[in-house]
Design a protein around this ligand. Structure first.
Ligand code: SF4
Length: 438
């Protein structure tokens, strides 16, 4: 057996790159996984699953799924995309940047809307960042400098299990040699999460009242009085929390979907960014979105470079890219039944979208591109399996702090199964053949 060190974990936004994987001599089996959390460990072992799909499957007139060759699946996808007036290509939480880049040619050629999972997670953060900037830093800075850490509307103990040990609460950094002993942790969450249990202070605010509380923090910081209770939190507790943040050497605010998908949405993040800016009048303070998947920061980077927008990119006008969340966002398009072909890539819209949106999408051709079986693959008209980025396919990923990391392949890919990038290139070539264009 061989031990491969410095392996990246393709699961959560922590994108840990210190995993060690022991593989068989012929590099076809993963034998052991070290350093990863239980989710990451299971993800690697899952690659050995003998039931992994190895061929595309197409729905038959009787409703069953039948295995078909890749050539046939590619031809069907190319023809379906060309026939559609307004296809929607969505997902990309779990694939590499090479795949995200390659799909752009298909999206342009078919006049599609190109969107990613940010549309149902940190899209509101993008809108606030457009308006108010992003005084952020790397996770390395957080580890080396932060002596006050605030988790607002996020629960890394469950969603990003090694975040607290690698970057935020426990690790010893250059200026934080005593690790956890030197850090004060605040959790601001309506529930008593496992992260809240770990924190020195838990502010259990009323659900959906984050904006008021951000505002109260800013008001106190500027020396003005506030009501006795704001968002369920007593004035004294708010004043104490502001004092802790103000007196930090380096305060780090991590925020999650508890802020982006409750009342206020992008306005919550706007207020959080303003609070960060205000705190910089007193000390050093930085803010970071807790991005969910290991490379969900990737499409924001790749597509901003290609099209100028990170998500909700409407290419149906042909001449230019257009972004207007609410109008060009996946769930809204689906709810209004405005798209006539749906391609789900490296995510599970079947599990994550509202049922009414899925019902509309199901009226039209529904294609799922994913290494595994999932709800979206089981309701699709065509399921095309691909390699697992970070396991049997290398590639670039962007960690939650927008730092690019080269992930490696640790085992050989299943014979005949293409990567996302290869698949998209082949579909594009077929579209060109069918239309006699380049
Ligand atoms: Fe993988 Fe996230 Fe666990 Fe790190 S914390 S090993 S990236 S699942």
């Amino acid at each position: 057996p061989k031990t491969i060190k410095g392996v990246g974990c393709p699961y959560c936004g922590s994108s840990c790159d210190d995993i060690e994987v022991v593989v068989s001599d012929d590099e076809t089996k993963i034998l052991e996984v070290h350093n990863a959390c239980i989710i990451g460990t299971n993800l690697f072992h899952h690659a050995n699953d003998p039931t992994r799909p190895r061929l595309p499957r197409k729905r038959q007139p009787d409703g069953s799924m039948k295995e078909i060759p890749y050539e046939e699946a590619i031809d069907w996808m190319a023809k379906t995309m060309l026939a559609a007036k307004k296809p929607l290509i969505y997902g990309f939480g779990s694939t590499n940047c090479e795949g995200m880049s390659a799909v752009a040619r298909i999206a342009e050629k078919s006049g599609a809307v190109l969107d990613n999972c940010a549309t149902i997670c940190h899209g509101p953060s993008f809108l606030a960042i457009f308006d108010n900037g992003y005084p952020s830093c790397t996770l390395g800075e957080a580890k080396n400098r932060a002596d006050v850490v605030v988790f607002w509307g996020c629960n890394p103990m469950h969603a990003h299990p090694r975040h607290t040990s690698r970057y935020s609460i426990f690790p010893r950094g250059y200026f934080t040699q005593k690790g956890q002993m030197q850090r004060t942790v605040l959790s601001i969450d309506p529930r008593e999460t496992d992260t809240a249990k770990l924190a020195d202070h838990h502010l259990m605010l009323d659900q959906g009242h984050d904006y008021e509380l951000f505002d109260a923090f800013r008001t106190v910081l500027r020396g003005f009085d506030i009501p006795d209770v704001v968002a369920g939190i007593p004035k004294e507790k708010i004043k104490q929390s502001v004092e802790i943040m103000k007196n930090a050497k380096f305060c780090m605010i991590f925020f999650g979907m508890g802020c982006t998908h409750t009342d206020g949405r992008n306005h919550n993040i706007d207020a959080a960014i303003s609070l960060t800016r205000d705190l910089n009048n007193h000390t050093k303070c930085s803010i970071m979105a807790m991005r969910g998947h290991y490379n969900i920061a990737g499409p924001g980077q790749v597509w901003s470079w290609q099209f100028g927008f990170p998500y909700c990119i409407d290419l149906s006008k042909g001449s230019h890219a257009h972004m207007n969340p609410g109008e060009t966002s996946s769930v809204d398009l689906a709810m209004r039944d405005e798209v006539d072909c749906f391609v789900n890539v490296g995510t599970d819209a079947g599990a994550h979208f509202p049922i009414q949106a899925v019902q509309h999408l199901k009226k039209h051709p529904f294609i799922t591109i994913d290494p595994n079986f999932c709800m979206a693959s089981e309701i699709a008209d065509l399921h095309i399996p691909v390699r697992i980025a970070g396991v049997d396919e290398p590639g670039v990923v962007y960690r939650m702090d927008n730092v690019p990391i080269q992930f490696r392949a640790v085992i050989k890919g299943l014979p005949g199964v293409p990567s996302d990038e290869e698949l998209f290139d082949r579909v594009y070539e077929r579209m060109c053949e069918l239309t006699n264009t380049q």
